[in-house]
Design a binder for this molecule. Structure first.
Ligand SMILES: [Zn+2]
Length: 454
């Protein structure tokens, strides 16, 4: 059991954890403990109640190990890639070899780790104590099969135990209809849709809907998503958004988005014609009000070297610590110090596109981790060869550097004919289910009380 008896929890996600733990007491299956992807929380020892931004600033100034012992607890999903073992994955996260060995020994008692598959998602919760180099593993879980889940947990004194759970959960589809009051977000929450599903719906629609301007009071929406419930009918966990329809401005111009997974691809959201809703990668992977472009893509006089040189990216000057965001969904393929680039993060978005973010003061992701568009991956800094704090942003298409500022010209990702046929079947199925399904928000009260607090 995870315990924070000597620490004080602050930040996003902690209420979710607290309520999840409370719910856990009534359930036979403790899968809620593992939390959702990329929610993380900061736990600070109450004896050293330093605001984290000051700690961060001090760390950047001295560029040395921080003595105020800030402890960060994170939940991440890592993917097993080709050639990976549980040991190599734990090493990449930063778990010490001795600790990883003990964790693996515990897991081996209930599961043969050689059966891990490439592409398998592993939920990992770990703690980073800023005074130490290694991270410590709090818990880890993965689906060993459709019916079995392996859950590894560390006790207070660092002893690992692993258990195999029969997943006696039923996946149930829910359909919620409503109209906007103050915002889409609050209206959907009020109808009992879990916050993570609402955020997913907002992201899926964000390429076609201008959330600042388009919505008006009374605009209708419909959301279909799935939840896991236990044998008593209690909702244990929210699953994915499957479909969202929204008519911004109430002009009978309904946007419809469907979740679909191509045979060899990752799940994503598609419009009614089977075109991915993700129209492009971000041209500016940070808050536009917090930066200015100081160097464009192409030939220029290098500020340090003096001679004319091809500039392979765009430079955005911004204050040290400004959050840097993932330009699109993808998997982290690099997150380390790399010569002139300093701290650099690279994201592989698909077989065609990769983006890179250099000179970071902090990196908040690890190799193998999945990220979503707009997720914070690090902070602006001045590491490597640079004259001052800025983000150097690169976009590579099939390994060739292209101008990030031309990204609006990118073609949309189209499904191949076989996937398109599959997509049409999935779409028809969803539409059929919606037609047959009664809207039943009253049953969702239990999800509402739990997830609303996050
Ligand atoms: Zn640059």
């Amino acid at each position: 059991m995870v315990s924070f008896s000597r620490t004080q929890l602050t930040g996003f996600g902690c209420l979710l954890l607290a309520t999840a733990l409370a719910v856990h007491d009534h359930l036979s299956n403790p899968r809620l403990l593992i939390g959702s992807s990329s929610d993380f929380m900061v736990a600070q020892k109450d004896t050293k109640d330093t605001p984290s931004d000051l700690t961060e600033l001090a760390e950047q100034i001295t560029n040395s190990v921080d003595a105020t012992a800030e402890i960060e607890e994170r939940d991440n999903i890592f993917q097993i890639s080709s050639g990976d073992t549980m040991m190599s994955m734990l090493a990449r996260i930063g778990v010490a070899r001795e600790e990883a060995t003990r964790a693996i020994e515990a897991m081996k008692r209930v599961y043969d780790l050689r059966e891990l598959k490439v592409g398998q998602d592993i939920n990992v919760r770990f703690r980073k104590d800023s005074s130490k180099k290694e991270v410590s593993l709090t818990s880890l879980s993965f689906k060993a099969s459709l019916e079995n889940e392996i859950i590894l947990e560390s006790s207070e004194d660092g002893v690992f135990s692993a258990k195999k759970y029969q997943v006696a959960l039923q996946k149930v589809q829910r359909c919620v209809e409503g109209t906007i009051d103050s915002s889409f977000y609050s209206a959907a929450l009020k109808r009992g849709v879990p916050a993570q599903v609402v955020r997913e719906a907002i992201n899926a629609l964000s390429f076609d809907v201008n959330w600042q301007h388009d919505p008006t009071r009374g605009d209708p929406f419909k959301i279909v998503y799935e939840v896991y419930q236990d044998t008593n009918g209690n909702v244990v966990r929210a699953d994915n958004l499957k479909y969202v329809a929204f008519d911004p401005g109430g002009k009978n111009n309904v946007r419809r988005v469907y979740r679909f997974q191509p045979v060899k691809g990752t799940p994503g959201y598609y419009d009614a014609n089977g075109v991915s809703v993700v129209k492009t990668l971000l041209q500016t992977p940070m808050d536009p009000s917090k930066m200015r472009v100081t160097s464009k893509f192409g030939r220029r006089i290098h500020p340090i070297l003096g001679y004319s040189k091809q500039h392979k990216g765009v430079d955005f000057a911004a204050a040290t610590g400004t959050p840097v965001r993932a330009a699109g969904d993808g998997i982290i393929v690099k997150a380390s110090y790399w010569g002139h680039y300093g701290n650099i993060v690279q994201i592989k978005h698909n077989s065609e596109y990769t983006t890179a973010y250099a000179h970071l003061s902090r990196m908040k992701v690890k190799v193998g981790q999945k990220v979503r568009q707009n997720q914070i991956i690090g902070n602006v800094g001045a590491t490597g060869r640079t004259t001052g704090a800025h983000l150097h942003y690169e976009v590579l298409r099939n390994g060739i550097h292209i101008n990030p500022q031309s990204l609006k010209l990118l073609p949309t990702v189209k499904l191949n004919p076989k996937d398109l046929a599959d997509f049409r079947r999935v779409k028809m199925q969803i539409e059929k289910e919606i037609a047959e399904m009664p809207s039943a928000p009253s049953q969702i009260a239990s999800v509402d009380t739990r997830i609303k607090t996050s």
